[in-house]
Design a binder for this molecule. Structure first.
Ligand SMILES: C[S@@+](CC[C@H](N)C(=O)[O-])C[C@H]1O[C@@H](n2cnc3c(N)ncnc32)[C@H](O)[C@@H]1O
Length: 237
């Protein structure tokens, strides 16, 4: 079949972007559904028409931590509760995880959390201005094991440049994975990014950060005999 060719003046279709996730709704509990309905207006952030003013979103100016792919939100909630002086912005496309986090954040009386349920790459690129994050956290990103799927991995050179641009100078990028080939790929990509400095003494992995909780992904990796690799970088400048 011959595809319809765009005519003069007709917008060219935007090339479909490669995404690091597949949207699977999964089973949502009644509590998660209720939380999404009732608490999204409190914690949820929708796509803005212009880059977000995070001081306005949080109602104050405080150090800001951005977590990509928070899963069920256990780590994010632990930091939200332990660090009330910091503001936390989490992004996750898996809606049951968002519902669970909202429920627990509300129960904890948290007001230093905001959540988006969208592609984190789009949120970083289109929603956030440059140089405003103190920390970006990425824990156990989908490893995309098969060689033909490796291109779907979140951490790629273009993503590294985007993350650098959204961090403040001196800001921290921390990552963890239990899939060694992805850990090596992260090292290769991030060590090559001129705007970042690897904080490991040998330029490779850092010790486990004390704030990193053991999530079910890590526990499953351990059962499969996988080691966990932690990486940490600072934005230069
Ligand atoms: C393997 S899980 C790990 C979850 C959590 N960080 C943990 O350690 O338990 C990866 C998560 O990242 C989310 N994810 C992947 N790519 C994403 C993207 N571009 N934007 C938002 N979430 C994403 C997936 O939906 C999934 O929940």
């Amino acid at each position: 079949m011959v595809e319809h060719a765009p005519q003069d003046g007709e917008a060219l279709p935007r090339r479909r972007e490669i995404r690091s996730f597949v949207r699977r709704e999964g089973r949502m509990t009644d509590a998660q559904k209720r939380a999404l309905d009732a608490l999204w207006p409190v914690y949820g952030v929708e796509a803005p028409a212009a880059p977000l003013d995070l001081d306005a979103v949080f109602g104050r100016a405080a150090p800001r931590v951005f977590e990509i792919g928070f899963g069920m939100g256990d780590y994010l909630l632990s930091r939200v509760v332990a660090e009330p002086q910091h503001d936390f912005f989490g992004v996750e496309v898996h809606r049951p995880g968002v519902g669970r986090l909202l429920n627990r954040a509300h129960a904890a009386g948290a007001n230093n959390l905001r959540v988006a349920s969208d592609d984190a790459v789009v949120v970083l690129r289109d929603w956030l201005p440059e140089a405003l994050l103190d920390e970006i956290v990425i824990q156990f990103p989908d490893p995309w094991h098969k060689a033909r799927h490796n291109k779907r991995r979140l951490v790629q050179p273009a993503f590294a440049a985007l993350a650098v641009s959204r961090l403040k100078p001196g800001g921290l990028l921390s990552l963890a994975t239990d899939w060694q080939p992805y850990a090596e790929h992260m090292l290769e990509v991030l060590n090559a990014e001129a705007g970042l400095r690897n904080l490991a003494a040998d330029g490779r992995y850092v010790p486990r950060p004390p704030t990193r909780l053991k999530t079910k992904f890590e526990a499953r990796g351990e059962r499969l005999g996988h080691a966990v690799f932690d990486l940490a970088y600072r934005r230069l400048g």
